[in-house]
Design a binder for this molecule. Structure first.
Ligand SMILES: Cc1cc2nc3c(=O)[nH]c(=O)nc-3n(C[C@H](O)[C@H](O)[C@H](O)COP(=O)(O)O)c2cc1C
Length: 200
């Protein structure tokens, strides 16, 4: 099969990482692939933040745990803003992760990559996820694993962490990825729905 088609189809979210650092050269190559994603009006509005500082990653996990616990406590109040707070599966996963003694948010990944753009932007989220997908595919072809971490959105509610991430002024984190060498090889291809296309 064509290499790109194969990469797209066999990439999987990785939730278990080796305790092995990723070289600066590889990190730069992966970020460079993010830069080649399309952006609205060709603005290239992103900033890429690569965190390899284990202490900071641990601190971020701690902050996310606190924010997710608070969100769970206020779930009835926050439902209009976060419809997931009415979803039983989401609530059970959030509870398990927020109260676990382990790192159940970043899975002990040695690297985090955050893509940020201006808070007030029409296309920032879309631009960021397209870059993130390039990063995930590039990482996969280099033998690395990644996972989008939606819970990491909570970072935006922590001024303390935002300051440590040194984001450009008025930026927010749009997407956070874990990155690292996978502990296990995932060779099971997930079922994909086939009932979601229309050809006219
Ligand atoms: C917006 C978004 C948020 C996600 N958040 C999380 C998360 O917080 N934790 C996690 O382990 N996986 C998260 N994922 C990964 C999905 O669970 C995963 O992509 C999905 O189960 C399909 O599996 P695959 O990526 O292996 O094909 C997220 C994916 C997306 C697109």
């Amino acid at each position: 099969m064509n290499q790109i088609l194969e990469t797209i189809k066999i990439r999987r979210s990785v939730r278990s990482y080796l305790d092995r650092p990723v070289s600066q050269e590889i990190l730069e190559e992966i970020i460079e692939c993010g830069r080649f994603a399309p952006t609205a009006l060709g603005r290239q509005p992103w900033h890429f933040t690569v965190v390899t500082d284990r202490g900071l990653i641990k601190e971020i996990v701690g902050e996310i745990k606190k924010k997710v616990r608070l969100m769970l406590k206020l779930k009835f109040l926050l439902r209009p803003l976060y419809p997931d707070l009415a979803d039983k599966k989401f609530l059970s996963i959030a509870k398990e992760r927020a109260y676990s003694a382990e790192d159940r948010f970043f899975y002990n990944a040695p690297v985090l990559i955050m893509v940020s753009t201006l808070k007030k932007s029409t296309h920032g989220l879309k631009d960021s996820f397209l870059a993130a997908q390039n990063i995930m595919l590039a990482a996969h072809t280099l033998g690395l694993g990644t996972c989008v971490i939606g819970f990491a959105e909570a970072i935006n509610k922590s001024d303390k962490i935002l300051k440590k991430l040194k984001l450009p002024s008025l930026h927010k984190v749009q997407v956070t990825l874990t990155l690292g060498y996978p502990k296990v090889k995932l060779d099971h291809l997930p079922e994909r729905r086939k009932d979601n296309s229309t050809f006219i």
